[in-house]
Design a protein around this ligand. Structure first.
Ligand code: PGA
Length: 220
């Protein structure tokens, strides 16, 4: 029915997505763009903290991020799971251990995302809910960099399964069997109340809600 929305065939779409959401958003954009070839798109990829600042300033038409905070004039629709897993190199000493307790892995070296990242916030909350602290040895602002550090044997990483689809499939990385993991988060489509949503943005919103999970390839 989106084809019938007047004016949605042309126009410009300004979206911002969380660093982690970029792993599937570009596939969605590619399919959207085949359906609406005359729509031009600007995509900004940044972390949760910066996304909230952009929403505050009414900048993007639409945002894809983790659950936004309540009561900031934001409208949000949850659309897809975002599981976080503990990743390791295939040679890691814990590789064959079953049902590890968080306390057992806590002593390991961890490579995690920077402060301000939604992934990082979720990790810290999870450890603290279990009465623990995640001692981070290495902080990185890129999921790619974390994957490289972990596969080089630096230590364990905690990332979204969206970011390691290929590495898990070709056995360059493995996930550890740790109680409470994968940690379940969800993706949300977020707009700022009071910002008029253009027909193009409305078409994209509908497309994401209906099609997004077709562009996710990790083993569900
Ligand atoms: P991040 O956001 O890329 O900033 O970590 C993802 C999330 O909120 O889970």
């Amino acid at each position: 029915f989106v084809d019938k929305i007047k004016g949605c065939h042309t126009g410009h779409l300004t979206i911002t997505v969380a660093t982690t959401a970029n792993h599937f958003t570009t596939r969605i954009l590619s399919a959207f763009s085949k359906k609406y070839p005359d729509v031009t798109i600007s995509l900004d990829v940044t972390n949760r903290r910066r996304i909230l600042e952009q929403l505050e300033n009414y900048e993007p038409d639409l945002v894809i991020m983790g659950e936004p905070p309540k009561g900031h004039g934001l409208k949000s629709e949850r659309f897809m799971p975002n599981p976080l897993a503990i990743i390791a190199s295939p040679e890691h000493a814990l590789k064959d251990k079953k049902n590890l307790k968080l306390k057992q892995v806590q002593k390991e070296k961890f490579v995690v995302r920077e402060k301000g990242s939604g992934t990082r916030g979720a990790i810290e909350r999870h450890f603290s809910e279990n009465g623990l602290v995640c001692e981070t040895t290495l902080e990185m602002s890129s999921n790619e960099a974390i994957k490289h550090a972990v596969s080089a044997g630096f230590g364990l990483g905690i990332v979204s399964l969206h970011t390691v689809e290929l590495e898990l499939a070709n056995n360059h990385l493995i996930t550890l069997d740790v109680e409470g993991f994968p940690l379940q988060r969800h993706w949300h489509l977020v707009t700022r109340e009071g910002k008029a949503i253009s027909p193009v943005a409305e078409a994209f919103r509908t497309f994401v809600l209906e099609e997004a999970d077709k562009f996710v390839y990790y083993d569900k």
